[in-house]
Design a protein. Structure first.
Length: 160
């Protein structure tokens, strides 16, 4: 984990402001968005994160940039958000979802990354303010992004 420094709090406020402006834009234009989520599993636990500007917990995730494949976006987001380095060959495609949340049509590709042991990871304490590998049961008790909640429920059904 990363320790707080002098610039973290102001940058967290900038993320919150940008997020609020994005929500306003979404309310006016109701755009289509294209993104990726990555479920990182190790030792029977999943990596959950909390962004500084959102009220719910989620997986490492982000938008797909122009001229970038979904797999490339997933690899990039893992590196940017939690400093976990991987490659597209290590990712397994789980499913696509259409999320109508926050006034947009979010087309989500969800990938899984299975690791033998819990990796070292770092958060920037700016965009991502918390991250931890936790059990599936612990994750389901959290306030989760709807797609993440549905994904974890699906995993629970397959474990039984």
């Amino acid at each position: 984990m990363t320790d707080n420094n002098f610039f973290d709090t102001p940058i967290q406020w900038l993320f919150k402001l940008a997020y609020q402006l994005k929500l306003l834009y979404n309310k006016i234009f109701y755009p289509d968005a294209y993104g990726v989520y990555v479920a990182v599993w190790a030792e029977g636990k999943i990596l959950m994160i909390k962004n500084s500007y959102k009220s719910y917990f989620t997986l490492p995730c982000g938008g797909i940039k122009k001229d970038e494949s979904a797999e490339q976006a997933a690899v990039r987001e893992l590196l940017e958000e939690v400093n976990i380095q991987t490659n597209a060959k290590e990712l397994s495609f789980f499913s696509s979802f259409l999320s109508v949340f926050e006034n947009m049509h979010d087309h989500i590709n969800l990938y899984e990354l299975y690791l033998k042991k819990v990796p070292q990871f770092n958060i920037d304490n700016r965009e991502v303010i918390w991250g931890e590998f936790i059990t599936l049961e612990e994750a389901l008790e959290m306030d989760l992004f709807p797609v993440v909640h549905d994904y974890l429920l699906n995993k629970t059904e397959h474990v039984k």
